[in-house]
Design a protein around this ligand. Structure first.
Ligand code: SAM
Length: 520
């Protein structure tokens, strides 16, 4: 990795005691905390927040123990696997028990204010632990670390180490600095870093589905969003390394990969570096596009399902839709965040498309991939949003008939265009009421979507036990709907045809059949 600038903070308040073997506890609070709407519970489900990452290590015995806890979006969870890989190569083993950790790293999220508050609250839990064990190293990684930099060390005295999303290769050296009695920080953003050569091992997963980062950063500059500031400029990863990672996963039993990026449709690889530097016609015509990458990964095996997230309406072209339509193992599911149904709000958000353009993209999806499930992200109460504009969001939701939605109240983020140019003028109670109306609408649409699927037979990839009973397995169909069915003698990682005979508002319930062809 290029030059690394480390700020070693003198006069560290915490000293490492050489006689203790400090365990590494990684709590990972990074990217955007996605609030998943759960139709069953009529609430926002944040199931994976705070999950510990455990990975295989060749070391045992006296190795230092790392507790790695992740917050935020899926990219952050994927980053935590990279972090754990890097540290396990240095002799760490991961632990799910924070009390036995020598090092705690929190991979943080900065997308909304409450994501950061949650990290600060979580740090309180470690105060007593740190008092009892002064040798315990506590580090903050990810987007909040990148946004606040040295300020975090000043504000949160128990934190020893800060590393931004492009500085994870430097973690062993940062930890050594803390071992040496200093505080350590590296928040440099990179022009090239994609961690392409780091092969994350995913022992904490179900062994069936995995995530592959295909790019880093974002060039879109949506006015509400902190991501370009915390994750840097957009760069795409070498497609060969992506295909190799998918192949390795398939060979070790995985049957589904999700390709991850802030804006996957904007993926373009012409030898590395920043996207904005791919300028010449020749470079562009020789580059690998997202639709080409999708097909390359799909060709790893027809038995490997391919999903991707997140798409952006301003960049999603028809060639991606045709790639999905002509490859059965590329799933019929697109997450296409709209944020608002009002052209005026979209303009203020700097989203680069109007309501009409978004609707045209939806029509293209429905024409080229009939039966494609569509989900979205929505923000309630953006600066200046009128009641009429909010209603346009509700009417657009109904027009699209979203299968699923992630819904958020607007949260002003320091340094963003919106914070500099607009007033956060929608009263909290108005934001809450608008969000509730959006959630209510989505409840209705999600229930309709599940009911429409009921009665069909789907090809389902078995992921593991159902949440409610070990006598049932759960899996998803191509459209990403959860199906639950008696487990009989099947195994996770196998595909089965499930006739869906019943449903809850969020789940299809059925049984495995052998005499019916699946619709997908
Ligand atoms: N890159 C994707 C895009 O632009 O569509 C996803 C970006 S973000 C990591 C995930 C979601 O968080 C966004 O789509 C948006 O709905 C939400 N979000 C981002 N910034 C926000 C803010 N300041 N307040 C509320 N929600 C926000």
């Amino acid at each position: 990795m290029g030059k690394v600038k480390n700020y070693i903070l003198k006069h560290a308040s915490v000293r490492f005691n050489d006689n203790l073997s400090p365990a590494l506890l990684i709590v990972n609070f990074t990217a955007p905390m996605e609030m998943k709407f759960d139709q069953n519970k009529n609430m926002l489900d944040e199931e994976r927040q705070g999950e510990a990452t455990l990975i295989k290590s060749n070391y045992s015995g006296n190795s230092r123990k790392l507790y790695l806890e992740s917050y935020g979006c899926q990219m952050n969870f994927s980053d935590s696997e990279i972090v754990a890989s890097i540290l396990c190569d240095e002799g760490f083993t991961t632990t799910a028990n924070q009390l036995e950790a020598d090092v705690v790293l929190l991979n943080t999220c900065a997308i909304r204010e409450n994501a950061e508050s949650r990290v600060r609250q979580r740090l309180q839990d470690f105060k007593k632990e740190k008092k009892n064990r002064p040798g315990l190293i506590i580090g903050l990684l990810g987007c909040m670390a990148e946004r606040l930099k040295e300020k975090l060390l000043e504000e949160e005295k128990l934190v020893d180490l800060i590393a931004g999303p492009d500085a994870y290769r430097d973690l062993p050296s940062l930890i050594s600095q803390v071992d040496g009695g200093q505080k350590a920080i590296n928040v440099l953003l990179s022009r090239e870093e994609t961690y392409a050569d780091i092969n994350p091992v995913r022992l904490d997963s179900n062994g069936v589905v995995a995530y592959i980062s295909i790019m880093r950063g974002c060039d879109n500059m949506c006015s509400f969003c902190v991501v370009p500031f915390t994750r840097g400029r957009e760069r795409s990863r070498d497609p060969e390394s992506i295909v190799k990672e998918a192949t390795d996963l398939f060979n070790s039993g995985y049957r589904e990969v999700t390709l991850l990026g802030q804006n996957v449709d904007s993926y373009i690889y012409a030898g590395g570096g920043l996207k904005k530097e791919i300028l010449t016609y020749e470079q562009k015509s020789n580059a690998t596009s997202f639709s080409e990458l999708l097909v390359m990964v799909a060709k790893v095996s027809p038995e490997l399902r391919v999903r991707f997230s997140t798409s952006n309406p301003r960049d999603m072209t028809d060639d991606v839709l045709h790639a999905i339509a002509s490859n059965q193992n590329i799933c019929n599911y697109i997450h296409l965040p709209v944020q608002s149904g009002s052209t005026n709000v979209l303009k203020n958000m700097n989203r680069g498309y109007s309501r009409g353009v978004y609707m045209d993209r939806i029509k293209a999806i429905q024409t080229i991939i009939p039966d494609c499930a569509i989900s979205t992200d929505l923000i309630a109460g953006f600066c200046g949003e009128t009641e009429e504009e909010h209603k346009e969001t509700l009417s657009l939701m109904e027009w699209v008939g979203y299968d699923f939605a992630y819904t958020f109240k607007y949260s002003e983020r320091p340094g963003t265009q919106a914070q500099r140019n607009y007033k956060d003028d929608i009263l909290p109670e108005v934001k809450s009421r608008r969000l509730a109306e959006i959630i209510k609408m989505q409840q209705k649409l999600s229930a309709l979507s599940i009911k429409k699927m009921k009665g069909n037979t789907y090809r389902v990839l078995i992921e593991g036990f159902s949440k409610k009973s070990d006598d049932y397995f759960r899996g998803r169909n191509s459209q990403n709907a959860v199906c639950v069915f008696p487990k009989e003698d099947y195994k996770p990682g196998e595909y089965v045809n499930v006739l869906t005979e019943d449903c809850t508002p969020a789940t299809l319930i059925g049984r495995v059949v052998h005499d019916q062809q699946p619709v997908y």
